[in-house]
Design a protein around this ligand. Structure first.
Ligand SMILES: [Mn+2]
Length: 335
């Protein structure tokens, strides 16, 4: 099916639904929350009953995002009550926080193919697993909110200021203030249209910067202090072990800084001579890795997939069981 037909079919399914569940990824970042915010506003306008869920969302961490207060971190009681489930920015089924419940629906579907809920997915991550009835995955898009933008434009839906602010928030955040290589012509054209519709570029970008904290700065410092750079392979790496994190952050601060690691590893990738940047950190018996490259001929999502993760060509991540041990040239995962 052509993309435009998919965008129209999605609109048809959504506008005919009795009740919709919107889902974004665990520990949601600004793109995830603002995709939910934009769609909550759209459903308000359409007068459709809805709930929004994001596992491990920290209430009011991004309270400037419209409809942030309408997003719950409590699992919905039953998915059967919804006629449509729209999954935004999740990357894979495991990041929905509802994998067991969704798999149960898919299993029941094998016996009764028309059974609802109908599952729609909007995402800009590379494909990991196919599970949606209607998958709208465009990995060239800078943010999931940019897909929400295409969805609304394709269906001639009027974009109001609230929707424009949400979409622009995802774009600014996922392009690192339009500095990353995903700042495409389309992303900038969408942004300029959103400004016409009243979105507040300066305000959003300062609000996104304003979520920084002293504890986050200490983490940046520790990561830089631990950097190892191999100029022959072009690999820059750094790591944070549990002890570093325990010393620098209270448990409360710790949940709040989960989304700074992407910014730190992006910054590491800008050093001259770097082909691949890797940041490892210990988290609750696991080792999480974030990868970045600015090279067209390197695909870090393939490296992440080797460790059971995924992502984009230029930005990817993984999570494995174990802990970190420092070696001469870098780190290794043990245990
Ligand atoms: Mn995103």
């Amino acid at each position: 099916m052509e993309l435009n037909d998919k965008l129209k079919l999605a609109f048809q399914k959504i506008s005919l639904a009795n009740k919709i569940l919107l889902v974004s990824h665990t520990a949601p970042d600004p793109d995830a929350l603002s995709s939910l915010g934009a769609m909550l506003e759209v459903l308000d306008i359409l007068g459709i009953e809805k709930s929004a869920y994001a596992e491990k969302k920290i209430d009011s961490a991004y309270s400037f995002i419209p409809h942030e207060e309408d997003i719950s971190n409590q699992k919905p009681e039953s998915l059967e009550a919804f006629s449509v489930i729209l999954i935004l920015d999740c990357g894979s089924i495991s990041r929905t926080g509802l994998e067991t419940e969704l798999r149960a629906i898919l299993e029941a579907r094998r016996l009764a193919p028309d059974r609802t809920p109908y599952i729609i997915e909007f995402d800009h991550h590379e494909s990991v697993d196919k599970f949606a009835d209607l998958e709208i995955r465009i990995s060239s898009k800078a943010s999931t909110t940019e897909i929400v933008y295409d969805f609304l434009r394709a269906n001639n839906f009027t974009i109001n200021k609230t929707i424009a602010d949400c979409i622009l928030t995802g774009l600014i955040s996922d392009t690192g203030n339009f500095l990353h290589a995903n700042s495409s012509f389309d992303a900038l054209a969408a942004s300029s249209y959103l400004l016409l519709k009243g979105a507040s570029l300066v305000k959003i970008s300062s609000q996104l910067r304003g979520v920084g904290s002293l504890s986050a700065l200490k983490i940046w410092g520790k990561v830089f202090n631990n950097i190892k750079f191999n100029s022959e392979t072009g690999l820059i790496s750094s790591a944070l072990i549990k002890k570093d994190l325990d010393e620098l952050l209270t448990p409360e601060e710790r949940v709040k800084v989960t989304d700074i690691f992407g910014d730190i590893v992006s910054f590491m990738s800008y050093l001259s001579g770097v082909e691949i940047a890797l940041l490892l950190r210990e988290d609750d018996g696991r080792v999480k890795g974030s990868l970045r490259t600015n090279y067209d001929d390197v695909d870090v999502s393939l490296i992440a997939q080797g460790f059971g993760g995924g992502g984009h060509k230029r930005a990817a991540g993984f999570s494995v069981n174990g802990s970190l041990e420092e070696t001469k040239g870098g780190w290794r995962v043990i245990g």
